[in-house]
Design a protein around this ligand. Structure first.
Ligand code: XMP
Length: 430
């Protein structure tokens, strides 16, 4: 292993990730583990330089006191205890230890080297993946989203053609999205990539379904079935690659026992399809995942793309999906993205997309009355997607986008801008 590590043991703190981030910001790798880690589990971790016992209020979890296995004291690692009093008890306490205290512990006491960087991380992961997988095969659902793309790139670096990627196009992808997955992974990185165009199958299942929750369930369920069918056609696969990232496995609350839950998440596949998981990003925060992708050579457009919901354009073609409205969403979204990029807004705005409702309004085209659809533009900023504010898009930019949508997108005679913050509106419409 290339990197020194400081282990944080969670004794009921809400500040684990804050401490982990502080240490990583010093250039030293840090991992959070549950308080009940055993001595042998701890000794299996490589390059541990020191341990932080990170306690919450009175070190109580779910009403009972927690402590570490006394055997851990015999491992010989330097230890530091931090206890975070809650703000309620004493407002003068800072909930995260002073930077100098941490620095002193990490560098002076533990003698850790500041050697945490993406290059070393990738080298370490490649070694670990090779050790785990040997000469066997890994299957990965490659959606083209940031996490699955970075996992794919990492696995290709580690085991090349022993990775089998399956890209399912559910027909609800953005314009050219599947094409770019094929271009990057098949043509540039020479991945073993199976492309499944399941558009007809998905649109068939969704025909006439207007309820948003049912739409989501159908899309999610069908996705698993298509993936499962592909998995059954393949032979000799023992592993499933997953784009699990740190926020997925860390519960910032005090339930330390629930902290690592990723191993129960096999994406809803049936019981008899048993795979061991390979999750090389499970220790990374989102921004670190992006840096990792860049270091692995993925294009910036893939690594820095805005969030996109799993059900894709399906939740932006409101009500029962029809092909003409789905095309209107796809084409207007492509225009919006192109114009936002030209105006430099793609780097500034957190999420932006178009929506097409399932009703028509009256318009005039070519001197005749028409009855056509409406495109709604939404552009929002947020920190954590829990609340959001709208972007005050420049009027000229909005006019240019409107003009292009009205000229270039069929069946559309009206464009609106959504002014609603979250709450009360959600970011997506469905
Ligand atoms: P809402 O609409 O709940 O969205 O304000 C919050 C954020 O979550 C994204 N979103 C999803 N992401 N699968 C995802 O991976 C989904 O089913 C899903 N639904 C919403 C949404 O785009 C926004 O960024």
């Amino acid at each position: 292993m290339k990197q020194d590590m400081i282990v944080i043991l969670d004794l009921g703190s809400t500040e684990n990730t804050a401490v982990a981030r502080q240490i990583r910001d010093m250039g030293v790798y840090s991992e959070i583990h549950p308080h009940d880690i055993t001595r042998s589990e701890l000794e299996r971790l490589e390059n541990v330089k020191g341990i932080i016992l990170n306690g919450g209020e009175n070190r109580v979890v779910d009403g009972s006191a927690v402590d570490i296995d006394p055997q851990l004291y015999q491992c010989g690692y330097p230890m530091m205890a931090i206890d975070h009093p809650t703000a309620k008890c004493d407002r003068t306490f800072k909930s995260v230890p002073g930077k100098e205290d941490l620095k002193g512990f990490v560098f002076d006491v533990c003698q850790a080297q500041a050697n945490w960087n993406m290059k070393n991380f990738i080298e370490d992961q490649v070694e670990l993946i090779r050790k785990q997988v040997g000469d066997r095969k890994v299957l990965l659902a490659l959606s083209g989203g940031v996490d699955s793309s970075v996992v794919a790139a990492m696995l290709i670096r580690a085991i090349g053609k022993q990775l089998v990627c399956v890209h399912v196009n559910h027909g609800l992808m953005r314009k050219n999205e599947s094409e770019s997955v094929i271009e990057v992974f098949k043509n540039q990185l020479h991945a073993n990539l199976i492309y499944v165009d399941a558009t007809e199958r998905f649109l068939g299942k969704l025909a006439g379904v207007a309820d948003p929750e049912r739409k989501r369930k159908i899309i999610g369920g069908e996705f698993i079935r298509v993936f499962e069918e592909e998995a059954r056609k393949l032979e000799g696969i023992d592993f499933l690659g997953q784009g699990t990232i740190y926020p997925d496995i860390i519960e910032s609350g005090t339930k330390t026992a629930k902290m690592v839950k990723s191993h129960h998440n096999v994406g809803g596949l049936p019981e008899d399809l048993k795979f061991e998981l390979v999750e090389p990003l499970k220790q990374l925060f989102k921004d670190e995942v992006r840096s990792c992708g860049v270091e692995l050579g993925l294009p910036a457009s893939m690594v820095y793309r805005q969030p996109f919901p799993g059900p894709g354009l399906g939740v932006r073609c409101l009500g029962a999906i029809t092909r003409d409205r789905l095309e209107a969403v796809r084409e207007s979204d492509a225009i919006l993205r192109e114009e936002f990029e030209k105006a430099g807004l793609d780097k500034k705005v957190w999420q932006y997309f178009t929506v097409v409702p399932d009703f028509k309004s009256v318009g005039v085209k070519n001197n005749a009355r028409c009855f056509d659809y409406m495109v709604i533009i939404r552009a929002i900023n947020t920190i954590d997607a829990m609340s959001a504010t709208i972007e005050r898009v420049d009027w000229d930019v909005l006019e240019r986008i409107t003009d292009r949508i009205l000229k270039e997108v069929e069946h559309v005679c009206r464009v609106c801008y959504d002014m609603s913050p979250k709450p009360p509106a959600t970011i997506e419409f469905e």
